[in-house]
Design a protein around this ligand. Structure first.
Ligand code: GLN
Length: 543
């Protein structure tokens, strides 16, 4: 029977609940257990697909096309557990389902209420997570977004309280991640906020079984550990210190040293001796031993939120590990390149140029100039999604003589719509859930950079976009611009362009899909890996 670990957060948000859940997943998998992971998010959006990544962080896309919270990216990078539509459920999703059932008359005339109807729906989602998995799941790890004490979290916590009562204590345990702040003036770590948040949980009938204390730069000592344990009603070994650790991928090793996995398994009455972390430890060692460095310019909108491109940042770390180098990614504001800044001034210090995903027309002309610079100066270039579209526009305008070529997203009246909507997309008015989403097959053309990178005849990569390359311009771009289409998705009687590249260039490659979503530290994404390799060669050449 599946056991459950619920991960809650206390005091403040953004203290690493997602990374804790992912780390625990890795540690349990490394003991040979089969796990499932999911996250509840207490906001009313039905999914995060319509939320602004510059405020909320990136939208992470799963194979089956779910638009999810970025924490799910951590789950996939740390574990092998497959994620799906079932893995991220919001308050909006729960209410949506309950209201639809009410409209269909499924509640048989009853008054529909938070308890029991909303809480029942939440519990059913927990059960659905593991219900039809091919092999039995040993442990399901379920993270509750938000912080204990928030109004929005209450129905979820109430549902968990009921769930625990239904399945019984050794079937589930609660891990509470909390902040233990260091107060400069007193020169010590303060445990009071943690005591309060553990008590707030207890007030709603949940006893935290393991308390993970985020302590910033400080390390939790034994006295503090004992004190928190006593006040929070748990044994000393259930207090786990979480000081700031770099790199991110070393965090699970720190939790393992403190016995997080052993304590959780004991609480779940599971006896699983032996753990194999050799592959993971070797990867963390390779990270520590990177001795070269490349500088990549990411040309895009100005961002001050690192999480907006979380998976891209991580994929570059993975590619760096594979190439034994540190990847220094700097954001270069595309609008500066439009407003007089010359690409040469802004880009000449870099070993590679990335144009990443994006929506809307801000900065697009600057991105096109960045592509032109990289192409003409033979600087390694990588385009992702909008980055591929912009590369096609640049080739069309500057090599195929199609002046004014554009995407109909930015210029609906363009004389040469090299990027446009597919006819079946044209009537769609809703913004949520209406893009090409999730994994699609991509056939690779032999003897191209793409097929060399992947070493396969076909691959599956994930999408999140509305617009596509317009095949009406294929001949012109292949002829005059020498654009090579190295990856295509077979779609009935035609093919969609998925990867383009240039042969007469050190490395110029762009994909319509988002390769970053499938990159993991143990299995770096091939296009990122080869782009960084090309940048490294460029770096060495420059001396
Ligand atoms: N805006 C473009 C489209 O919708 C690209 C999207 C993206 O880069 N994810 O097709």
């Amino acid at each position: 029977m599946t056991k459950y670990v619920f991960v809650t957060g206390g005091v403040v948000s953004s203290i690493g609940k997602g990374v804790l859940a992912a780390s625990l997943g890795l540690l349990l998998e490394s003991r040979g257990l089969r796990i499932a992971m999911m996250k509840f998010d207490p906001y009313i959006n039905v999914d995060p697909g319509t939320m602004n990544p510059f405020e909320h962080g990136e939208v992470f896309v799963t194979d089956d096309g779910a638009e999810t919270d970025l924490d799910l990216g951590h789950y996939e990078r740390f574990t092998k557990c497959p994620l799906s539509q079932k893995s991220n459920v919001t308050t909006g999703g729960i209410y949506n389902a309950v209201i639809q059932k009410e409209r269909r008359g499924e509640y048989l005339g009853k008054t529909v209420q938070v308890i029991p109807h909303i809480t029942d729906e939440i519990k059913s989602r927990i059960r659905m997570l593991t219900a039809d998995s091919e092999e039995p799941i040993d442990v399901a790890i379920i993270e509750i977004g938000g912080t204990v004490g928030d109004i929005e979290s209450l129905p979820f916590l109430e549902a968990l309280r009921q769930f625990r009562l239904e399945v019984g204590p050794p079937q589930c345990c609660f891990v509470h991640v909390t902040l233990v702040p260091y107060i400069e003036a007193a020169g010590e770590l303060k445990t009071k906020p943690t005591q309060h948040s553990v008590r707030a949980l207890r007030d709603i009938g949940i006893q935290a079984n393991v308390i993970v204390c985020r302590t910033g730069k400080q390390r939790l000592d034994d006295d503090q550990r004992r004190k928190i344990a006593m006040f929070c009603n748990v044994t000393d070994d259930a207090i786990i210190g979480a000081e700031d650790i770099s790199p991110l991928y070393a965090i699970p090793l720190n939790f393992h040293r403190q016995g997080l996995d052993v304590t959780v398994l004991k609480l779940l009455a599971m006896d699983i001796p032996g753990i194999d972390l050799t592959e993971w430890t070797a990867m963390v060692d390779r990270f520590a031993n990177r001795n070269e460095e490349v500088r990549i310019a990411a040309v895009g909108k100005y961002i001050d939120h690192d999480d907006a491109y979380k998976s891209i940042n991580e994929a570059f770390i993975h590619a760096g590990i594979a190439n034994g180098c540190k990847v220094n990614l700097s954001w270069v504001d595309a609008e500066r390149m439009e407003n007089g800044g010359s690409p040469k001034d802004l880009l000449s210090e870099f070993d590679g140029v990335l144009v990443g995903p994006g929506f809307g027309s801000r900065g697009v002309e600057g991105k096109i100039r960045a592509v032109q610079y990289a192409r003409e100066q033979k600087v390694p270039f990588f385009g992702i999604c909008l980055g591929m579209q912009v590369a096609c526009i640049e080739l069309a305008r500057n090599l195929a003589g199609l002046s004014g070529a554009h995407s109909t997203e930015m210029d609906p009246e363009t004389p040469y719509p090299v990027i446009s909507l597919l006819s079946e997309q044209k009537g769609i008015k809703d913004l949520g859930g209406t893009m090409r989403l999730g994994a699609y097959r991509c056939d690779l053309k032999e003897h191209t950079r793409a097929s060399e990178a992947y070493g396969d005849a076909f691959i599956y990569e994930r999408h999140r976009h509305r617009y596509e390359f317009n095949n009406e311009f294929l001949e012109q771009l292949a002829g005059e611009a020498k654009m090579v289409v190295s990856g295509t998705h077979p779609k009935g009687d035609h093919e969609l362009v998925e990867i383009i590249e240039l042969a007469d260039h050190p490395w110029f490659c762009a994909s319509q899909f988002h390769p970053e979503f499938k990159s993991t530290p143990l299995s770096p994404q091939p296009l990122f890996r080869e782009f960084v390799h090309a940048a490294l060669l460029a770096r060495r050449k420059r001396g």
